[in-house]
Ligand binder design. Structure first.
Ligand code: HEC
Ligand code: HEC
Ligand code: HEC
Ligand code: HEC
Ligand code: HEC
Length: 459
């Protein structure tokens, strides 16, 4: 009981919206009392609640509690879209969205439409510890076909777990050194809509890339960094490799949430190291040209990936002469949708989705087909193979006389304002959320050319 009280004070101070403070089960075994002959005491319903993992797995808990997996059914954009979808389809879309965003609530029959998520306990919301760690088979490639075991064992990458209050067992699906672990992540990171459009294709893209080849990199090698530590903070626990559960990539919490600073820093760090870029300013018979090359050198799938129908990455390029702007593209004001600006040169990386009537939409449950302009992933490590080069170059004609300075950067929004404004217009989304949508600059893409060094490439 003493331990439960300690935890109550730590977590009360953080005021986690997700965590029912004090919910740590009173019956929970103390971390030191597990004797070899004891039968597992953490079983059944108690395994469903992430709060019950906190006493022994505090690092995994803290990282997960700030992750998009924990946020996936708190996300106001998700809630707004699901609400609107249920209304506009008269409920016909059912559990499509919650099946991935709050899978335990669906599997246990606690929701049929996701409209009651706010009334459900923490154990039913988001992608929980239990959901990932009880998975024992992957029965498809999209829309969450994961099978949950009923043996109360927590599966992970540790081959020789010590005695725990729950059953613990090794699973290749949970071992980032095993290529099959990508099928577990991929089963949710791949969405096909009811009208048949493959709108999110991260797993598919990874499968077609270099990274899916034997000995290459499963999702966890890039998204769950390893470090030395204790898998469980209990007496006698051996040194292990433990793995980052924050899984920062591009989305961040848009309402007060746990670990937001750390999550945002994690996103920026990964984004800064995603692309290799080059800016060449040249004289040609056609005039002065700016040639911009973007190379998706480090993402294990296309860039951007996933929810690319809502996400925007774009190039901003500005040329100056005597301190005056003489050319610009991709200059997007704050809180304005990228696609709302009139700009014939705009280079934007995104998916476009179209409904059954072939009109463009941004309500992705309506999508019947998509068009896509994303940066491709590496397909071979052999520099002699012509496919080795997968960067994309675009050329912009600059006015004469030539500029004396040209700057560029790639910018990115996890979700853009065309969708958000539309959700506000139908009263599904609180307009305050719009103030919290970040626009990132990718560190590796910030380049500046000046005429002091003559026509040349900056990389
Ligand atoms: C009282 C302590 C305690 C609690 C509470 C606890 N665990 Fe564990 N867990 C352990 C110990 C001990 C191990 C083994 C660690 C080792 O061998 O280094 C372990 C191992 C694991 C593993 C790794 C299994 C493997 O073989 O790779 C997972 C996954 C896991 N626990 C998940 C959970 C989840 C999810 C919860 C909450 C529902 C939870 N644990 C609650 C003590 C605990
Ligand atoms: C049950 C389905 C499910 C499984 C299994 C799953 N994810 Fe996710 N994942 C989600 C959902 C849903 C979100 C997004 C939540 C949101 O932003 O609203 C997400 C978000 C993420 C993000 C952040 C994306 C962003 O845009 O910031 C990363 C990275 C990620 N997952 C990686 C993984 C990896 C790696 C694995 C396997 C170890 C995995 N996921 C397994 C459903 C799943
Ligand atoms: C999106 C799926 C996912 C979620 C959600 C998740 N885990 Fe994990 N977890 C993994 C994977 C995959 C590994 C194994 C990584 C490896 O060994 O390659 C892992 C490893 C672990 C381990 C073994 C030690 C380590 O760090 O490798 C523990 C303990 C653990 N998780 C506990 C938890 C707890 C507690 C929660 C919830 C607070 C949780 N996990 C949520 C996927 C998940
Ligand atoms: C070689 C390393 C690598 C591998 C392998 C990899 N990723 Fe990524 N992933 C990245 C990088 C780099 C980014 C882009 C930077 C960012 O979004 O912050 C990214 C971004 C993402 C995003 C956010 C989408 C976006 O547009 O940026 C998700 C979701 C994701 N990855 C999931 C996965 C899943 C699921 C797998 C396995 C099927 C996987 N990743 C494999 C490196 C990797
Ligand atoms: C197959 C599992 C799956 C299904 C089904 C699914 N999602 Fe997601 N969703 C994800 C994953 C995984 C991510 C994170 C991917 C990324 O960030 O690229 C995500 C991210 C999101 C995001 C945050 C990024 C963004 O676009 O703003 C929203 C909002 C969202 N989903 C809404 C929905 C809605 C609404 C539905 C139903 C129409 C739905 N999702 C159906 C898995 C799913």
């Amino acid at each position: 009981m003493r331990r439960a009280q300690q935890n109550r004070s730590i977590w009360a101070a953080l005021a986690l919206p997700l965590v029912a403070v004090g919910a740590v089960a009173a019956a929970l075994p103390s971390c030191t009392s597990a004797k070899t002959e004891d039968p597992p005491s953490l079983t059944g319903d108690a395994l469903l609640d992430p709060n019950n993992c906190l006493p022994c797995h505090a690092d995994q808990f803290r990282e997960w509690a700030g992750s998009m997996h924990a946020y996936s059914s708190e996300d106001p954009v998700f809630l707004a879209m699901n609400k609107r979808m249920q209304r506009e389809t008269n409920g016909a879309a059912g559990t499509l969205c919650v099946g991935c965003h709050a899978p335990m609530a669906v599997r246990l029959g606690k929701t049929t439409d996701g409209l009651n998520l706010g009334e459900l306990p923490a154990s039913m919301r988001g992608v929980t510890c239990f959901f990932c760690h009880a998975t024992d088979a992957v029965e498809g490639t999209h829309n969450n076909p994961l099978r949950l075991a009923t043996d109360d064992a927590m599966r992970g990458g540790i081959g020789d777990p010590i005695k725990a209050p729950h059953r613990a067992t090794y699973s290749a699906l949970h071992d980032r050194e095993s290529m099959s672990s990508a099928t577990m992540c991929g089963a949710c990171h791949d969405v096909v809509t009811q009208p048949g459009a493959h709108v999110e294709r991260t797993f598919d893209e990874w499968n077609a890339s270099l990274y899916a080849k034997p000995g290459q990199l499963a999702c966890g090698k890039c998204h769950m960094e390893g470090r030395d530590g204790l898998a469980a903070k209990v007496d006698g626990a051996p040194a292990r490799r433990v793995h980052d559960h924050s899984m920062a990539a591009v989305d961040v919490a848009l309402t007060p949430f746990s670990e937001t600073e750390a999550q945002r820093a994690g996103v920026q760090k990964l984004l800064d190291a995603t692309l290799l870029t080059k800016l060449c300013v040249k004289q040609s018979p056609a005039g002065v040209l700016a040639e911009v090359t973007l190379d998706n050198a480090f993402a294990g799938h296309k860039f951007p990936s996933g929810a690319a129908q809502d996400r925007r990455a774009w190039l901003e390029l500005i040329a100056y002469r005597g301190g005056m702007q003489v050319f610009s593209t991709g200059v997007v004001p704050d809180k304005k949708a990228v696609t709302s600006i009139v700009d014939p040169n705009l280079w934007v990386l995104r998916d476009k989705i179209f409904g059954a009537d072939d009109k463009e939409t941004h309500l992705f449950w309506q999508a019947a087909r998509f068009e896509s302009e994303l940066l491709p992933a590496a397909v071979t490590a052999d520099p002699k193979d012509p496919a080795f080069f997968h960067s994309v170059t675009k050329t912009f004609t600059l006015p004469v006389p030539p500029p004396d300075r040209v700057t560029m950067r790639v910018r990115m929004r996890p979700v853009d304002f065309d969708l958000l404004d539309d959700l506000v217009a139908t009263n599904d989304l609180d307009p305050q959320v719009l103030d919290r949508v970040p626009t990132y600059d990718l560190g590796g893409s910030i380049r500046e050319w000046t005429n002091a060094g003559g026509f040349r490439c900056i990389e």
